[in-house]
Design a protein around this ligand. Structure first.
Ligand code: NI
Length: 180
């Protein structure tokens, strides 16, 4: 496995609509290697998720590892999730606002509203169909990564850019106030 270079804001690949992967190609070594390297890269840079366009591959793959997620459900027992060709359905119109960051926008944070509950359909790394419900932080990260597959980044989802800040200032002025 090897670490992949992460595209930063301004690289056109982050604005492309990622291509779906034919299901028969999922077991192939090229896709498997890409997924393994994406997981390694996400962990190295301590991201909660990573989408293929962020590593210069305009393909519909996202890896998600929400370590803090407290509720492991029967439908989704593992923290590490690989989503290929995902589609999302909003289950509740309720929006929660919370802080997000992005490996493509290093050292910045902003308050982003996301749907609280979603249904996720996708293929996993073995090509099996996944169909599960997600909520809270997990739903947030999935929506963030899904956005990367349609050429969007989190500042565009913010209600206002007023909360956009550098990580250092976030830690100093905002982090504690946000803890519930
Ligand atoms: Ni991101």
């Amino acid at each position: 496995m090897s670490l992949l270079k992460v595209a930063r804001l301004g690289h056109p690949v982050l604005r492309d609509i990622a291509k779906p992967i034919p299901v028969r190609e999922i077991p192939g070594s090229q896709i498997q290697r890409l997924i393994d390297n994406m997981i390694e890269t996400m962990r190295e840079y301590e991201g909660a998720g990573l989408a293929a366009p962020q590593v210069h591959e305009s393909l519909q793959i996202a890896v998600i590892d929400v370590l803090e997620y407290p509720l492991k459900t029967k439908l989704n027992p593992t923290p590490l999730t690989v989503l290929i060709n995902p589609s999302l359905t909003v289950l509740s119109e309720r929006l929660d606002e919370d802080w997000e960051g992005c490996l493509s926008i290093p050292d910045m944070r902003g308050l982003v509203p996301r749907y609280q509950k979603i249904k996720v359909q996708a293929y996993d790394q073995s090509g099996n169909l996944l169909d599960f419900k997600a909520q809270g932080l997990q739903a947030r990260v999935i929506q963030h990564e899904y956005d990367h597959l349609i050429g969007k980044v989190f500042p565009e989802r913010m209600r206002s850019l007023e909360s956009l800040c550098y990580l250092k200032e976030f830690s100093k002025y905002w982090k504690k106030q946000n803890k519930d």
